[in-house]
Write a protein that binds this ligand. Sequence first.
Ligand code: GS8
Length: 230
Amino acid sequence: MGEELKLLGAWGSPFSRRVEIALKIKGVEYEYLEEDILHNKSALLLEYNPVHKKVPVLVHNGKPIAESQVILEYIDETWQDNPMLPRDPHERAMARFWAKFLDEKCLPALWKYCWSFGEEQEKAYEEAFGVLKSLEGELKDKKFFGGNNLGFVDIAANFVGFWIGVVQEAGGLEILTPDRFPRLCRWAEEFRSCLVVKENLPPRDRLYALFKARFEKISGSKDAELASRH
Ligand code: GS8
């Protein structure tokens, strides 16, 4: 019926992969446009997301929507089969609460731990450990955050389910491990083995190589900085 759906995304971005998972859950067709976010953002991206200039942007019949969680809600409201948010208002509110926590608390804390050094990293570890503990507590004995089926919070937690494991391996870090977080690690395995997820994750080797190069670059510049002080 002349519906036009485009996704401006980036292959390694957990945010744009969230949207891909959601569109696959709904079974809607879309055109994917890969953005070179580091070196060459397209005119389309700048036009459609002038505020943040970031992916993902979903463009539905010419109308752009930015910010992955906003996009997920839009998708859930527009295509109502296979709902991602629960129906019950309190459960819906709780799902939004945890999704917000993931972006506002978990992601910054985990990222800081992964990309800092020395004393700063030790401090960051405490905070990252704390946010993961909160998630571990919320999972309880549920299969997914939303219960028996993959839902909104699981999709929002995709960077915990996949990206963190790759980053910690590339950087020789240890935080999300089964001894510290047995439920979260079991959830992560469950998450990655869902077909819609599995088919919409970046290639692990390629992501690993990207992070490895980034760690090498950072440790190189840190060595240079230390040397210049002596
Ligand atoms: C974050 C999007 C984002 O950081 C969301 O959609 O949920 N809160 C937003 N996108 C990154 C790619 S992933 O690291 C991006 O587009 N970066 C480009 C830039 O910062 O210039």
